[in-house]
Design a protein around this ligand. Sequence first.
Ligand SMILES: *Cc1c(COP(=O)(O)O)cnc(C)c1O
Length: 362
Amino acid sequence: MNNNRVFNFSAGPSMLPLSVIDDAAANLANYEGCGQSVMEMSHRSKEFGKIIEDAEANLRELMNIPENYKVLFLQGGGTLQFAMVPLNLLRNSKKADYVVTGSWAKKAYQEACKYGDIRVIASSEEDTFAYIPKFSKEDIRPDADYVYVCYNNTIYGTHYNAIPDTGDIPLVADMSSCILSEEIDVSRFGLIFAGAQKNVGPAGMTIVIIREDLIGFADEKVPTYLDYKIHADKDSMYNTPPCFAIYIAGEVFKLIKNTGGVAAMHKADVEKANKLYAYIDESQLYKCPVAKEDRSLMNVVFVTGDTDLDKKFVAEAKAEGMVNLNGHRTVGGMRASIYNAMPMEGVDKLIEFMKKFEAENK
Ligand SMILES: *Cc1c(COP(=O)(O)O)cnc(C)c1O
Protein backbone atom coordinates (compact mmCIF):
# COMPACT_ATOMS: atom_id res chain seq x y z
CA MET A 1 0.00 0.00 0.00
CA ASN A 2 1.13 3.51 -0.80
CA ASN A 3 4.42 2.44 -2.39
CA ASN A 4 3.69 4.53 -5.47
CA ARG A 5 3.56 7.86 -3.69
CA VAL A 6 5.61 10.73 -5.09
CA PHE A 7 7.92 13.07 -3.22
CA ASN A 8 5.95 16.30 -3.17
CA PHE A 9 8.22 19.36 -2.97
CA SER A 10 5.30 21.79 -3.07
CA ALA A 11 5.40 24.92 -0.93
CA GLY A 12 1.90 24.12 0.20
CA PRO A 13 -0.24 22.17 0.57
CA SER A 14 2.63 19.81 1.17
CA MET A 15 3.48 16.31 2.32
CA LEU A 16 2.06 14.90 5.52
CA PRO A 17 3.65 12.06 7.47
CA LEU A 18 2.48 8.82 5.84
CA SER A 19 1.83 7.20 9.22
CA VAL A 20 -0.65 9.96 10.02
CA ILE A 21 -2.44 9.51 6.69
CA ASP A 22 -2.58 5.71 7.04
CA ASP A 23 -3.85 5.97 10.59
CA ALA A 24 -6.49 8.52 9.59
CA ALA A 25 -7.53 6.20 6.74
CA ALA A 26 -7.93 3.29 9.14
CA ASN A 27 -10.13 5.50 11.34
CA LEU A 28 -11.92 7.34 8.56
CA ALA A 29 -15.36 5.71 8.71
CA ASN A 30 -15.26 4.73 12.35
CA TYR A 31 -13.02 6.90 14.51
CA GLU A 32 -11.60 4.84 17.36
CA GLY A 33 -14.69 2.65 17.48
CA CYS A 34 -17.15 5.50 18.13
CA GLY A 35 -19.21 4.50 15.08
CA GLN A 36 -18.69 7.65 13.01
CA SER A 37 -16.10 9.69 11.19
CA VAL A 38 -14.48 12.82 12.62
CA MET A 39 -16.00 14.51 9.54
CA GLU A 40 -19.48 13.67 10.76
CA MET A 41 -19.35 14.03 14.52
CA SER A 42 -20.61 16.99 16.49
CA HIS A 43 -17.94 19.48 17.41
CA ARG A 44 -19.62 19.50 20.84
CA SER A 45 -19.24 15.73 21.24
CA LYS A 46 -17.07 14.14 23.90
CA GLU A 47 -14.87 12.59 21.19
CA PHE A 48 -14.16 15.84 19.41
CA GLY A 49 -13.72 17.63 22.73
CA LYS A 50 -10.82 15.32 23.45
CA ILE A 51 -9.36 15.77 19.96
CA ILE A 52 -9.23 19.58 20.22
CA GLU A 53 -8.09 19.63 23.85
CA ASP A 54 -5.27 17.18 23.15
CA ALA A 55 -4.26 19.12 20.05
CA GLU A 56 -3.95 22.32 22.04
CA ALA A 57 -2.19 20.67 24.97
CA ASN A 58 0.32 18.95 22.70
CA LEU A 59 1.03 22.12 20.71
CA ARG A 60 1.56 24.01 23.98
CA GLU A 61 4.00 21.35 25.13
CA LEU A 62 5.84 21.17 21.79
CA MET A 63 6.30 24.94 21.55
CA ASN A 64 6.62 25.54 25.27
CA ILE A 65 3.85 28.15 25.06
CA PRO A 66 3.60 30.23 28.26
CA GLU A 67 0.40 30.24 30.35
CA ASN A 68 -0.41 33.84 29.46
CA TYR A 69 -0.86 33.00 25.78
CA LYS A 70 -4.04 31.74 24.14
CA VAL A 71 -3.90 29.15 21.40
CA LEU A 72 -6.66 29.50 18.81
CA PHE A 73 -7.59 27.23 15.92
CA LEU A 74 -9.27 29.45 13.32
CA GLN A 75 -10.20 29.40 9.64
CA GLY A 76 -9.41 31.71 6.73
CA GLY A 77 -5.78 30.65 6.27
CA GLY A 78 -2.73 32.78 6.85
CA THR A 79 -4.40 35.36 4.62
CA LEU A 80 -7.25 36.21 6.98
CA GLN A 81 -4.65 37.01 9.64
CA PHE A 82 -3.36 39.81 7.40
CA ALA A 83 -6.64 41.56 8.31
CA MET A 84 -7.31 40.16 11.78
CA VAL A 85 -3.95 41.34 13.10
CA PRO A 86 -4.52 45.05 12.36
CA LEU A 87 -8.24 44.87 13.20
CA ASN A 88 -7.36 43.64 16.69
CA LEU A 89 -3.92 45.00 17.44
CA LEU A 90 -4.18 48.60 16.19
CA ARG A 91 -5.47 49.52 19.61
CA ASN A 92 -3.82 52.82 20.67
CA SER A 93 -1.94 54.97 18.14
CA LYS A 94 -3.30 52.94 15.19
CA LYS A 95 0.28 52.83 13.92
CA ALA A 96 2.16 49.67 12.99
CA ASP A 97 5.58 49.08 11.44
CA TYR A 98 6.12 46.33 8.88
CA VAL A 99 9.19 44.58 7.50
CA VAL A 100 8.63 43.64 3.87
CA THR A 101 10.61 40.51 3.02
CA GLY A 102 8.48 39.01 0.27
CA SER A 103 5.06 38.69 -1.28
CA TRP A 104 3.33 37.47 1.88
CA ALA A 105 4.74 40.27 4.02
CA LYS A 106 3.78 42.77 1.34
CA LYS A 107 0.23 41.46 1.18
CA ALA A 108 0.00 41.74 4.96
CA TYR A 109 1.30 45.31 4.78
CA GLN A 110 -1.18 46.28 2.05
CA GLU A 111 -4.07 44.80 3.99
CA ALA A 112 -3.06 46.61 7.20
CA CYS A 113 -2.95 49.91 5.28
CA LYS A 114 -6.75 49.74 5.08
CA TYR A 115 -7.00 50.10 8.84
CA GLY A 116 -4.31 52.41 10.16
CA ASP A 117 -1.09 54.37 9.78
CA ILE A 118 1.21 51.65 8.51
CA ARG A 119 4.87 52.14 7.64
CA VAL A 120 7.53 49.93 6.07
CA ILE A 121 10.64 50.10 8.27
CA ALA A 122 12.78 47.73 6.20
CA SER A 123 12.46 45.97 2.86
CA SER A 124 14.57 43.82 0.55
CA GLU A 125 12.30 44.29 -2.44
CA GLU A 126 15.02 46.13 -4.43
CA ASP A 127 17.04 42.89 -4.46
CA THR A 128 14.10 40.55 -5.23
CA PHE A 129 13.84 39.71 -1.52
CA ALA A 130 17.07 37.69 -1.60
CA TYR A 131 17.98 38.58 2.01
CA ILE A 132 16.44 39.61 5.33
CA PRO A 133 16.86 43.39 5.76
CA LYS A 134 18.28 44.56 9.07
CA PHE A 135 16.46 47.00 11.29
CA SER A 136 17.00 48.18 14.82
CA LYS A 137 14.83 49.34 17.68
CA GLU A 138 15.49 52.96 16.64
CA ASP A 139 13.74 52.36 13.32
CA ILE A 140 10.49 51.50 15.09
CA ARG A 141 8.11 54.32 15.91
CA PRO A 142 8.03 54.50 19.71
CA ASP A 143 4.23 54.59 19.74
CA ALA A 144 3.73 51.79 17.19
CA ASP A 145 1.07 49.31 18.30
CA TYR A 146 3.09 46.41 16.91
CA VAL A 147 5.88 45.39 14.55
CA TYR A 148 5.16 42.79 11.87
CA VAL A 149 7.52 40.26 10.29
CA CYS A 150 7.16 37.19 8.08
CA TYR A 151 9.54 34.77 9.77
CA ASN A 152 10.10 32.39 6.86
CA ASN A 153 9.59 33.66 3.34
CA THR A 154 8.12 30.70 1.52
CA ILE A 155 8.48 32.14 -1.98
CA TYR A 156 12.00 33.58 -1.76
CA GLY A 157 13.54 31.02 0.59
CA THR A 158 14.71 33.38 3.33
CA HIS A 159 14.35 33.11 7.09
CA TYR A 160 15.21 35.24 10.14
CA ASN A 161 18.30 33.82 11.82
CA ALA A 162 17.48 35.68 15.06
CA ILE A 163 14.31 37.09 16.61
CA PRO A 164 14.26 40.87 15.98
CA ASP A 165 14.43 42.98 19.12
CA THR A 166 11.42 45.28 19.29
CA GLY A 167 11.70 46.14 22.97
CA ASP A 168 8.28 46.56 24.58
CA ILE A 169 6.46 46.80 21.27
CA PRO A 170 4.67 43.53 20.48
CA LEU A 171 6.25 41.54 17.67
CA VAL A 172 3.84 39.77 15.31
CA ALA A 173 5.18 36.93 13.17
CA ASP A 174 3.75 34.97 10.27
CA MET A 175 5.24 31.49 10.79
CA SER A 176 3.06 29.71 8.24
CA SER A 177 5.98 27.97 6.59
CA CYS A 178 8.32 27.31 9.53
CA ILE A 179 6.23 26.60 12.63
CA LEU A 180 7.48 23.48 14.46
CA SER A 181 10.71 23.38 12.47
CA GLU A 182 12.75 25.10 15.17
CA GLU A 183 12.52 25.87 18.85
CA ILE A 184 11.19 29.40 19.32
CA ASP A 185 10.95 31.50 22.46
CA VAL A 186 7.25 32.30 22.21
CA SER A 187 7.52 34.89 25.01
CA ARG A 188 9.45 37.15 22.61
CA PHE A 189 6.33 37.51 20.45
CA GLY A 190 2.99 39.23 20.96
CA LEU A 191 1.33 37.06 18.34
CA ILE A 192 2.37 34.18 16.11
CA PHE A 193 0.16 32.75 13.39
CA ALA A 194 0.49 29.92 10.90
CA GLY A 195 -1.75 28.42 8.25
CA ALA A 196 -1.63 24.65 8.70
CA GLN A 197 -1.00 23.40 5.19
CA LYS A 198 2.76 23.99 5.03
CA ASN A 199 4.15 22.23 8.06
CA VAL A 200 1.25 21.03 10.20
CA GLY A 201 -1.77 19.49 8.49
CA PRO A 202 -4.40 20.02 5.83
CA ALA A 203 -5.53 23.48 4.73
CA GLY A 204 -8.52 24.89 6.58
CA MET A 205 -7.04 25.46 10.00
CA THR A 206 -4.92 28.38 11.12
CA ILE A 207 -3.03 28.45 14.40
CA VAL A 208 -2.97 31.76 16.31
CA ILE A 209 -0.87 32.09 19.46
CA ILE A 210 -1.62 35.41 21.14
CA ARG A 211 -0.53 37.04 24.39
CA GLU A 212 -3.59 37.59 26.55
CA ASP A 213 -3.06 41.31 27.13
CA LEU A 214 -3.42 41.89 23.36
CA ILE A 215 -6.93 40.43 23.27
CA GLY A 216 -10.09 42.52 23.52
CA PHE A 217 -9.29 45.64 21.51
CA ALA A 218 -11.26 45.07 18.31
CA ASP A 219 -13.64 47.89 17.46
CA GLU A 220 -17.29 46.98 17.94
CA LYS A 221 -17.80 47.30 14.17
CA VAL A 222 -15.31 44.49 13.54
CA PRO A 223 -17.17 41.35 12.41
CA THR A 224 -17.64 39.02 15.37
CA TYR A 225 -15.70 36.20 13.76
CA LEU A 226 -12.68 38.48 13.28
CA ASP A 227 -12.39 39.39 16.97
CA TYR A 228 -9.76 37.25 18.72
CA LYS A 229 -11.67 37.71 21.98
CA ILE A 230 -14.67 35.68 20.87
CA HIS A 231 -12.45 32.74 19.92
CA ALA A 232 -10.37 33.02 23.08
CA ASP A 233 -13.47 33.15 25.29
CA LYS A 234 -15.03 30.17 23.51
CA ASP A 235 -11.87 28.02 23.28
CA SER A 236 -11.96 28.07 19.44
CA MET A 237 -15.55 26.78 19.54
CA TYR A 238 -17.50 29.97 18.93
CA ASN A 239 -18.79 28.35 15.75
CA THR A 240 -18.10 25.02 14.08
CA PRO A 241 -14.33 24.72 13.87
CA PRO A 242 -12.55 22.93 10.99
CA CYS A 243 -12.83 19.63 12.85
CA PHE A 244 -11.09 17.29 10.45
CA ALA A 245 -8.14 19.64 9.89
CA ILE A 246 -7.75 20.06 13.66
CA TYR A 247 -7.84 16.27 14.09
CA ILE A 248 -5.07 15.69 11.52
CA ALA A 249 -2.96 18.52 12.94
CA GLY A 250 -3.41 16.95 16.36
CA GLU A 251 -2.12 13.63 15.02
CA VAL A 252 0.93 15.40 13.59
CA PHE A 253 1.55 17.04 17.00
CA LYS A 254 1.39 13.61 18.67
CA LEU A 255 3.83 12.17 16.15
CA ILE A 256 6.33 15.01 16.69
CA LYS A 257 5.97 14.60 20.45
CA ASN A 258 6.66 10.87 20.19
CA THR A 259 9.70 11.31 17.96
CA GLY A 260 11.78 13.74 19.98
CA GLY A 261 9.80 16.97 19.79
CA VAL A 262 10.68 20.14 17.93
CA ALA A 263 14.41 19.79 18.71
CA ALA A 264 14.51 16.48 16.83
CA MET A 265 12.52 17.97 13.93
CA HIS A 266 14.96 20.86 13.76
CA LYS A 267 17.98 18.55 13.75
CA ALA A 268 16.54 16.55 10.86
CA ASP A 269 15.53 19.73 9.00
CA VAL A 270 19.05 21.16 9.35
CA GLU A 271 20.57 17.92 8.02
CA LYS A 272 18.25 17.87 5.02
CA ALA A 273 18.73 21.55 4.15
CA ASN A 274 22.50 21.53 4.70
CA LYS A 275 22.94 18.57 2.40
CA LEU A 276 20.91 20.22 -0.37
CA TYR A 277 22.55 23.66 -0.05
CA ALA A 278 26.02 22.09 0.10
CA TYR A 279 25.39 20.31 -3.17
CA ILE A 280 23.94 23.42 -4.83
CA ASP A 281 26.95 25.50 -3.72
CA GLU A 282 29.50 23.03 -5.09
CA SER A 283 27.69 22.38 -8.37
CA GLN A 284 28.55 24.22 -11.58
CA LEU A 285 24.99 24.31 -12.85
CA TYR A 286 22.80 25.41 -9.94
CA LYS A 287 22.87 28.59 -7.92
CA CYS A 288 21.01 29.63 -4.81
CA PRO A 289 20.28 33.37 -5.03
CA VAL A 290 19.69 33.75 -1.28
CA ALA A 291 22.20 35.34 1.14
CA LYS A 292 23.87 32.43 2.98
CA GLU A 293 23.08 33.63 6.50
CA ASP A 294 19.38 34.08 5.69
CA ARG A 295 18.68 30.78 3.96
CA SER A 296 15.47 28.97 4.82
CA LEU A 297 15.54 25.40 6.11
CA MET A 298 12.10 24.82 4.61
CA ASN A 299 12.12 26.37 1.14
CA VAL A 300 15.29 25.89 -0.91
CA VAL A 301 15.32 28.13 -3.97
CA PHE A 302 17.74 27.50 -6.85
CA VAL A 303 18.15 28.34 -10.53
CA THR A 304 20.24 27.24 -13.49
CA GLY A 305 20.17 30.72 -15.01
CA ASP A 306 18.45 29.41 -18.13
CA THR A 307 14.64 29.49 -18.11
CA ASP A 308 14.26 26.67 -20.62
CA LEU A 309 16.66 24.46 -18.70
CA ASP A 310 14.73 25.18 -15.50
CA LYS A 311 11.54 24.03 -17.21
CA LYS A 312 13.24 20.88 -18.45
CA PHE A 313 14.50 20.20 -14.94
CA VAL A 314 11.02 20.48 -13.43
CA ALA A 315 9.48 18.25 -16.11
CA GLU A 316 12.13 15.53 -15.89
CA ALA A 317 12.06 15.52 -12.08
CA LYS A 318 8.30 15.09 -12.23
CA ALA A 319 8.69 12.08 -14.50
CA GLU A 320 10.90 10.54 -11.82
CA GLY A 321 8.35 11.03 -9.03
CA MET A 322 9.55 14.37 -7.61
CA VAL A 323 6.73 16.85 -8.13
CA ASN A 324 6.14 20.58 -7.73
CA LEU A 325 9.77 21.64 -7.98
CA ASN A 326 8.95 24.77 -9.98
CA GLY A 327 9.67 28.08 -8.32
CA HIS A 328 6.83 30.46 -7.51
CA ARG A 329 5.30 31.97 -10.63
CA THR A 330 6.68 35.39 -9.66
CA VAL A 331 10.32 34.24 -9.41
CA GLY A 332 10.72 31.23 -11.71
CA GLY A 333 13.57 28.75 -11.33
CA MET A 334 13.15 25.92 -8.86
CA ARG A 335 12.10 25.62 -5.27
CA ALA A 336 12.31 22.47 -3.17
CA SER A 337 10.10 22.79 -0.12
CA ILE A 338 11.42 20.31 2.39
CA TYR A 339 9.12 20.64 5.36
CA ASN A 340 9.16 18.38 8.42
CA ALA A 341 7.32 15.57 6.63
CA MET A 342 9.79 15.33 3.72
CA PRO A 343 12.07 12.38 4.53
CA MET A 344 15.83 12.48 3.95
CA GLU A 345 15.18 9.84 1.30
CA GLY A 346 13.36 12.50 -0.77
CA VAL A 347 16.26 14.95 -0.47
CA ASP A 348 18.77 12.23 -1.40
CA LYS A 349 16.72 11.30 -4.44
CA LEU A 350 16.52 14.96 -5.47
CA ILE A 351 20.30 15.42 -5.16
CA GLU A 352 20.93 12.26 -7.19
CA PHE A 353 18.62 13.59 -9.88
CA MET A 354 20.29 17.01 -9.82
CA LYS A 355 23.70 15.40 -10.35
CA LYS A 356 22.44 13.33 -13.26
CA PHE A 357 20.72 16.37 -14.81
CA GLU A 358 23.88 18.44 -14.42
CA ALA A 359 25.98 15.78 -16.11
CA GLU A 360 23.52 15.49 -19.00
CA ASN A 361 23.17 19.26 -19.51
CA LYS A 362 26.70 20.60 -19.24
C1 LIG B 1 1.15 30.16 2.35
C2 LIG B 1 1.44 31.36 3.15
C3 LIG B 1 0.44 32.29 3.49
C4 LIG B 1 -0.98 32.21 2.98
O1 LIG B 1 -1.62 31.13 3.48
P1 LIG B 1 -3.13 30.77 3.12
O2 LIG B 1 -3.42 29.74 4.15
O3 LIG B 1 -3.16 30.27 1.73
O4 LIG B 1 -3.95 31.99 3.32
C5 LIG B 1 0.78 33.35 4.29
N1 LIG B 1 2.04 33.51 4.75
C6 LIG B 1 3.02 32.63 4.43
C7 LIG B 1 4.39 32.87 4.96
C8 LIG B 1 2.76 31.55 3.63
O5 LIG B 1 3.74 30.68 3.32
